[in-house]
Design a protein around this ligand. Structure first.
Ligand SMILES: Cc1cc2nc3c(=O)[nH]c(=O)nc-3n(C[C@H](O)[C@H](O)[C@H](O)COP(=O)(O)OP(=O)(O)OC[C@H]3O[C@@H](n4cnc5c(N)ncnc54)[C@H](O)[C@@H]3O)c2cc1C
Length: 415
């Protein structure tokens, strides 16, 4: 096989975007996955490119919110009791990272990455012929109480500081944008600069196809076969072994399976999430993603119909599905929107790979020469794939990165 400069392990949106960005820099890249391209976490998400996201999700700050979750009454979160002893250290770190000062630090570190996210997607979509999946009509977050809306103040102030447009409105205003919603909420925030995808899987596949036209090769193989070979790395694939001086780990929630045996233990946790597809009622069109903030679910039009996605479930990555949040959210969804019957029986489950400080790790793998990491993109991997690829491309080719990558270094967990 011809010379390979870089092996990219994992062909979700993150790995595929990286492979494409590296190929555009004239590197010879092999993209390796054990399954179909983009078919795991990058398939089932809500499809929002959240370039306007400012504040990461925080640990519940009020006792009542915590009790709702603890008593399994909340539709926005669920947990497996048996998993709590394992999750406790991560949850403590997440709680520490949810202090107001820490949240602000994360918002400021993440901002330059998010600010370039949509432009990088748009550039790749244009050259990959994928712009037909792009909707440039923002997303709407609904608030059912005055108190919940008042809590948005800090985020609105930051939006102004960062130059992000957000329009606040009452239920009538939001219903002008989405007439199919009923007025069970009091306030809404419309983020017009966010964009969304009607088919995230098709977009990853389009990027992979573009990667191939630039000479990139895509192979089936198990990342766990990675080992040192001379001064570089070797991975076994269905077409034989591949060697390269550099390897990028983009295995999403499966990254610890490869990294921990190498002695690289990073605090990755999993916020599992589900989706179901429903038929679109002709009399209830929906044109963009809508979030019912208090009840913690999202509805969005997708190729398959209306996709309903859930908030976080704290459970072992590979534990059996427990989609109880659908039962909890259903009465509130029915009150908000006339949803059709199920479009398919399947309930999809995925795991958001999350570091406690809600920042991905992008950069060198400490102590592993020639290994790079692009993992832990949490709630925003779909958004951040292409911009992660650009940043990594700049770092790997010795260019000046467009942002200071220090805030995304794995070393922050190893000090
Ligand atoms: C319900 C839900 C809603 C979401 N909504 C949004 C949203 O609206 N916007 C947004 O930006 N993000 C969203 N996310 C988050 C986003 O989906 C993820 O952050 C993103 O998909 C992670 O991409 P990835 O490429 O890192 O991981 P993945 O897509 O999981 O890709 C990892 C790849 O590694 C491969 N792999 C694993 N182990 C091996 C192995 N041993 N050998 C070879 N290959 C291997 C897998 O097959 C897979 O293809 C959501 C997530 C969920 C669960």
């Amino acid at each position: 096989m011809a010379r390979t400069d870089v092996i990219v392990l994992g062909a979700g949106i993150v790995g595929t975007s990286i492979a494409l960005q590296l190929a555009k820099r004239n590197m010879a890249v092999a993209l390796v996955d054990r399954a179909g391209l983009g078919e795991q976490t990058s398939y089932g998400n809500s499809g929002v490119l959240e370039g306007s996201t400012i504040l990461p999700p925080a640990f519940p700050s009020s006792l009542s919110a915590l009790m709702r979750v603890a008593l399994k009454q909340a539709s926005d979160a669920n947990y497996h009791m048996s998993f709590l002893p394992w999750a406790a250290p991560w949850l403590m770190k997440f709680r520490a990272a949810s202090r107001p000062a820490a949240i602000m630090e994360t918002a400021r570190i993440n901002r330059p990455l998010f600010a370039r996210a949509i432009a990088e997607h748009e550039a790749l979509m244009l050259e990959s012929g994928a712009t037909q999946y792009l909707r440039r009509n923002g997303w709407i977050k609904l608030y059912r109480s005055d108190a919940a809306f008042a809590a948005l103040r800090k985020e609105l102030d930051l939006a102004r500081e960062f130059g992000i447009v957000v329009e606040t409105m009452d239920a009538d205003g939001a219903r002008k944008l989405e007439p199919s919603l009923s007025s069970v909420f009091r306030h809404a925030a419309y983020w017009p600069a966010a964009v969304s995808l009607s088919d995230p899987l098709a977009v990853t596949r389009a990027y992979a196809a573009r990667f191939s036209t630039l000479g990139g090769i895509t192979l089936k193989g198990d990342a766990l076969s990675l080992h040192r070979s001379g001064s570089g790395w070797r991975v076994e694939t269905a077409e034989g072994p591949i060697d390269a001086p550099e390897v990028v780990v983009a295995l999403g929630p499966w990254a610890p399976d490869l990294l921990e045996p190498l002695g690289l233990k990073l605090p990755m946790g999993f916020k599992r999430g589900y989706h179901r597809h429903f038929k679109t009622e002709e009399s209830a069109p929906l044109t963009r993603p809508v979030v019912d903030v208090y009840y913690g679910y999202l509805i969005t039009p997708m190729r398959q119909g209306i996709r309903v996605t859930t908030g976080a479930e704290f459970a072992a990555r590979d534990a059996a599905p427990t989609p109880v949040q659908f039962d909890r959210l259903r009465p509130h969804l029915d009150a908000l929107y006339r949803i059709g019957s199920r479009a398919e029986d399947r309930t999809w489950l995925g795991a958001r790979p999350c570091f406690p400080d809600s920042r991905p790790v992008i950069g060198r793998a400490p102590g592993q020469k020639g290994m790079w990491l692009a993992i832990g993109h949490a709630h925003w991997g779909l958004t951040l794939g292409p911009v992660t690829g650009r940043l990594l491309g700049e770092m790997m080719s010795g260019e000046t990165p467009f942002l200071d990558p220090k805030g995304f270094a794995a070393e922050r967990f190893l000090a």
